[in-house]
Design a protein around this ligand. Structure first.
Ligand code: CMC
Length: 432
């Protein structure tokens, strides 16, 4: 077998270097030995958006963007979406294996019994403006939870980590539902321990005066599947933030708040909200070709299209399309779905989209389902965050226990002025 090394010739010096290849990667630190001007002049690799840089080893999620494969701990996401539940997937991501019946009972029971929030969190939510974006409330309150659980700082204690993971997965839906009800002035609905994870979330969102809220089983299952599809996606931006903040040994509530903030942006978890706004802006099927023309002209991006990794199709989008059919059979057909289908049809036949290899991503159809279930658009990124929480936590824990990890601290290529000096006599500028 050929040697697993790379030979580099530095044409500046004529020197040759041998660099080891391990698992299809070279260590960027091996480039340091390629010096041009003595110590400190070692070669850097420049990769501003991590386009071709692995930041960790991970055994959690496998993606092959060319072949549209997504697997959690080896299981294809299609099989998990069809034959498992979100809480099983959360267990799988965190523990590495699916739970046996006893482990499952203990896990579900523990999460069910950690859904309540400290009453002071309600006061905190009350302090937000009536039209505060629920994602802003989620970021703020999940971060605030760290002050309620100072034991969360004990990150190298396995029992403490277990407890914080349970708390976070359990309380995210409660924070999310309370944030949504705050916006419409509804009293907060407390968790119902008789219901499933998704069913209880629907209960906390929409329970009114009835004694017992009964979720529609089709919508409950659809929400559970959507959560499964969002549960992890290897080193996406918010996970990268979770790991980076975790690398400073901050507690997991603070790291989750940072990850949720990263998810909020319209190019990441905020895209599903933008998709719905875009579909409303398009307004009708007949206006689709014109809209696509404007995208081609560079006026805007087609939200819910394109992906850094998937260059053929996003396997999650395929599953979501089927879930949309189930949900719309219950809630009634949405005119937005017709616009979305037409946008997909026109875009996929268009040179620009073919050349740029742009396909619908997970966010293209998820918004239509959320909207049909009754969620306001502002809740879409919040739903993404609930789904992604187990992935963030699994990745945070993996990073923490990885002996190769250190505090994340990228290098830079300095482009500022060379050394210069202040005049020997100088008065500081005074603001007028
Ligand atoms: N509509 C029109 N053109 C696009 C789009 C789009 N949605 N996405 C990429 N392009 C073009 C882009 O203009 C560029 O063209 P050119 O090379 O001619 O300048 C080319 O495709 C490459 O784009 P890029 O921004 O360099 O690609 P990226 O890998 O950095 O970005 C992306 C990936 C997802 C941020 C981007 O495709 C995008 O902005 N999509 C719309 C937002 C969206 O749907 N985000 C959700 C992503 S999936 C959920 C998640 O992971 O959060």
């Amino acid at each position: 077998m050929a040697e697993e090394t790379l030979t580099i010739t530095d044409n500046r010096t004529g020197l040759r270097y041998e660099v080891r290849i391990r698992d299809g990667a070279i260590a960027a630190t091996d480039l340091q030995k390629i010096v041009s001007d003595g110590p400190g002049s070692g070669l850097l690799s420049y990769d501003p958006a991590f386009l071709n840089t692995a930041s960790c080893r991970s055994a959690i999620t496998f993606i092959d963007g060319e072949r549209s494969i997504l697997r959690y701990r080896g299981y294809p996401v299609e099989e998990l979406a069809e034959r498992s539940t979100f809480l099983e997937v959360a267990y799988l991501l965190i523990h590495g294996e699916l739970p046996d019946p006893t482990q499952h009972r203990v896990w579900v029971d523990a999460i069910t019994h950690h859904t309540l929030l400290h009453e002071n969190i309600k006061k905190l939510i009350d302090g937000f403006h009536h039209d505060a974006h629920p994602m802003g409330i989620l970021v703020g309150t999940v971060g605030a939870l760290s002050t309620f659980y100072p034991d969360a700082k004990d990150i190298f204690n396995v029992e403490s980590r277990r407890l914080q993971i349970l708390r976070l997965i359990a309380k995210m839906p409660t924070l999310a539902a309370f944030a949504a009800r705050h916006a419409i002035g509804m009293p907060y609905a407390y968790p119902d321990n008789d219901l499933s994870y998704a069913g209880n979330f629907l209960n906390m969102m929409w329970k009114a005066t009835e004694l017992k809220y009964e979720p529609n089983p089709v919508l409950e299952r659809a929400l559970d599947v959507l959560l499964i599809l969002h549960a992890d996606h290897e080193q996406n931006l918010s996970t990268n933030v979770m790991r980076a903040v975790g690398s400073s040994h901050a507690d997991p509530f603070s790291a989750t708040a940072a990850a949720a903030a990263a998810l909020y942006g319209p190019l990441h978890g905020g895209a599903n909200e933008q998709v719905l706004r875009m579909l409303k802006e398009v307004g009708s099927v007949s206006r689709v070709p014109d809209y696509v023309k404007r995208v081609r002209a560079g006026e805007m991006r087609l939200m819910g299209f394109g992906h850094r990794i998937y260059k053929n199709y996003d396997p999650r989008a395929e599953i979501i399309k089927k879930v949309a059919d189930d949900v719309l059979a219950v809630t009634g057909r949405s005119p937005l779905l017709d616009i979305a289908l037409e946008l997909e049809r026109v875009a996929l036949a268009d040179d620009y989209f073919i050349k740029h290899r742009l396909y619908p991503n997970v966010d293209f159809y998820s918004g239509i389902i959320y909207s049909a279930i009754g969620f306001p658009v502002e809740m879409f990124p919040v739903l993404f965050a609930i789904g992604r929480a187990p992935g963030w936590l699994a990745q945070w824990q993996e990073g923490l226990l990885d002996p190769e990890q250190k505090i994340a601290r990228p290098r830079q290529v300095y482009t500022g002025p060379a050394e210069r000096h202040l005049p020997a006599v100088r008065q500081p500028a005074v603001a007028r």
